[in-house]
Design a protein around this ligand. Structure first.
Ligand code: IVH
Length: 685
């Protein structure tokens, strides 16, 4: 409440002005610089006080007061707005050659052979808008519409906290009398997730499919109080002046908008020549999974505005700009079936079999459903149309079910209900619940699915590394009952192999040689290959370094095991349980008697292939964890550092790599991707 008896209008003006100044200051710290100075509650107090004063003195309300962001009364319809100059769209390219052609066309038209300088920006996946500032004041915001006419959405746009209601000019600086700023309104991924989380718990449980739909849906509301509650933001990407001589370069125009308080995307960069644009786009694609907003490509714009004018436009698209599109991360498809997969340790995971769909750059026909809780959460039935998401290199997942689209009537699809089987689909042993959400097959080694998974793991690159013994062959060997435990690999004969379908004499010989070669292994590889629950590559190496020999490890009890770095009580219990099991002891004895050897391991017995080198790992890796990559590099003698400097030998960058990758590119440090690392670890380089 305002103690208004004590306040005359002059005092109210003074206090309101001060409150607005403070609120604008904190708004900009919070939304532009991500560094608030005061807690939210203090901010709310300032805001409430301003609202109360403005209610008391309505004649003092101004259009740029921060109070105008909370949302006026609903409109009854949208006004049409004709844009001063049409809002064009961008021509799209999908591959490197298209971008080379784009530059070739530019050079031809300009009759030049020096590649131009470009401003590269992320292509934000949101909603295009035009903001009109008259004498520095935001007077109108409109959607792109058909490019010529859009809809007036000022009421909603005013609620977006990082859009200035008034431009900030420094002392003596002239701001154009009429300025049109264009850009993209988007919803952050984190804001979207939080909003949907809340929505899923509401009565109707309706959620938005993706951040762009959520942003578009919000801007289409007549009631601005809805927009005021939603986490929308804005990035400016162009300016149109009418009575103002703008800068000579697009990048400078953006910088000017930034000075006036408009939010700019931090990933923009000025580069020369299309090859540098490609490098920018590749780098941006790696960063994509880590950005808190969705992007669907890179926008490449000739930076020099004189050249832009010279190049001109086609009917709908400028000749000086191009969108380099990234593969879409989402697509819709139909769930044909749900099958239950048995893992190496017996865990049963539901997997959706999908109508194949192209998404995230590959054709996807399966998606993991993790567990039964996930199916419940999604409300998924067989036959449903779903949205699939594949971001970066991540395994595809089902994001949501499109309600009311189930295809009914085929075979068992009539009910579509998905239930966990009572018996293992591979060996018919009973399935039991393990903890809150997991189910497990109780079959152990009698379960062919578990045997296949164990064998595949044992032969994999990071374990015994048996070349040629891949997934298909593992299937065949287990199905033909030639391999029961992993130790049986070493008693396979040439004749047995030749008897398998599609196995020629030459392949059989190669395989026998590869198996022979793999017999001389190392303790860490063996330990990892045995597939002890929770024991990844890094733990296997830690165990080997700590105990030195398998016999010592097998004698260790849980107390001794937890002394190993990174081994906790749960993992210790799994390890002790593994070696306490007679069947496992028999496998180890068989491995020994069949000629598999692993020398004693000491932490010092590393190779010196990379000694004296310093490596940095950034982003996510698919086939191993970053910890594993680190220990494997260390085992080759490299130092693995946390930050990039001139001294860094090389950087391993996976999807989601950020500033470390930028730094490496800036310093000219070698960058390799995950495949490059794998090749190096396997000695192919
Ligand atoms: S420039 C004439 N820059 O992409 C050039 N557009 O078809 C006009 N978009 O819906 C656009 N990020 O809203 C430009 N950094 C960016 C952009 C961007 C997203 C959208 C734009 C339009 C579409 C272009």
């Amino acid at each position: 409440m305002v103690d208004d008896n004590l306040l005359n209008e002059d005092q109210a003006v003074a206090e309101i002005n001060e409150l607005r100044r403070q609120i604008n200051h904190h708004n900009s710290l919070y939304h532009q610089f991500d560094s608030p100075e005061i807690p939210d509650a203090d901010y709310d107090r300032l805001f409430d006080r301003l609202l109360a004063l403005e209610k008391e003195f309505p004649e003092l309300v101004t259009p740029d007061s921060p109070s105008q962001r909370v949302g006026d009364a609903p409109l009854s319809s949208f006004e049409q707005v004709t844009h001063d100059t049409p809002m064009m769209s961008l021509a799209k390219v999908f591959d490197d050659q298209d971008l080379a052609d784009f530059e070739a066309r530019i050079l031809k038209r300009l009759d030049d052979d020096e590649p131009p300088t470009y401003n590269c920006e992320p292509k934000i996946d949101g909603v295009a808008v035009s903001l009109l500032y008259v004498d520095g004041l935001l007077v109108r915001a409109a959607t792109r519409g058909d490019g010529v006419t859009g809809e007036d959405i000022t009421h909603n746009v005013k609620t977006i906290k990082n859009i200035p209601l008034r431009l900030q000019a420094s002392d003596g600086e002239r701001i154009p009398a009429r300025l049109e700023v264009r850009g993209e309104i988007y919803m952050s991924r984190s804001g979207f997730a939080a909003m949907n989380d809340e929505a899923s718990r509401s009565e109707d449980g309706r959620v938005f499919v993706n951040p762009r739909n959520a942003a578009a849906g919000t801007l289409r509301q007549l009631d601005p109080r809805i927009a005021a509650k939603r986490p929308l933001s804005f990035f400016a990407y162009s300016a149109h002046f009418s009575d103002f001589r703008g800068p000579e370069y697009h990048s400078e125009t953006l910088a000017l908008l930034g000075q006036w308080g408009l939010p700019l995307n931090p990933e923009r960069a000025v580069v020369t020549g299309y090859e540098a644009c490609l490098a920018y786009a590749r780098n941006l694609l790696l960063k994509r999974p880590n950005l808190d907003y969705e992007i669907d490509g890179a926008v490449i714009k000739v930076d020099n505005i004189r050249l832009q004018l010279e190049l001109g436009s086609n009917a709908r698209t400028p000749r000086w700009a191009m969108a380099y599109k990234f593969p879409a991360e989402e697509a819709s498809t139909v769930v044909r079936d749900v099958e239950f997969q048995v893992g190496r340790t017996g865990t049963i995971t539901p997997v959706a079999r999908l109508e194949p769909v192209f998404v995230g750059g590959v054709t996807v026909s399966n998606a993991t459903l993790h567990n039964m809780d996930e199916i419940e959460r999604l409300g998924l039935h067989i036959g449903d149309r779903v949205i699939i998401r594949r971001a970066g290199d991540v395994i595809p997942k089902i994001v949501s079910v499109i309600k009311g689209t189930a295809i009914k009537g085929t075979e068992d699809i009539s009910s579509g209900r998905i239930t966990m089987p009572d018996h293992c689909p591979a060996c018919q042993s009973p399935v039991e619940k393990d903890g809150e959400v997991l189910y497990r097959c109780t079959g152990g080694l009698i379960c062919p699915a578990q045997r296949k998974e164990s064998l595949r793991h044992f032969c994999s690159r990071a374990a015994l590394d048996i070349e040629g013994l891949g997934e298909k062959l593992v299937e065949q060997l287990v199905d033909a009952d030639l391999v029961h435990t992993v130790a049986d690999v070493f008693i396979l004969t040439r004749e047995q192999l030749i008897s398998l379908e599609r196995m020629g004499e030459k392949s059989a010989d190669n395989l026998i040689n590869a198996i022979e070669k793999s017999k001389a292994t190392t303790l860490p590889r063996l330990l990892f290959g045995l597939g002890i629950r929770e024991v990844g590559e890094a733990t296997a190496l830690a165990l080997a370094s700590h105990f030195g020999s398998l016999d010592k490890l097998m004698e260790a009890d849980e107390d001794a095991l937890v002394k190993v770095a990174d081994v906790g009580p749960i993992m210790a219990a799994h390890i002790a349980h593994f070696f306490g099991n007679q069947e496992n002891d028999k496998v180890i004895a068989d491995l020994r008697s069949r000629g598999v050897t692993w020398p004693e391991h000491s932490a010092q017995t590393v190779s010196d292939k990379l000694s004296g080198q310093t490596w940095v790992i950034t982003g996510t890796l698919e086939s191993m964890t970053r910890d594993e990559a680190r220990s494997r590099l260390q085992a080759l003698g490299a130092k693995v550092a946390g930050s990039v400097s001139k001294k860094t030998t090389a950087v391993v960058a996976g999807p989601g790599a950020g500033s470390k990758l930028d730094k490496a590119v800036e310093l000219g440090v070698a960058v390799i991707d995950e495949q490059g690392l794998i090749d190096l670890l396997n000695g192919d380089q």
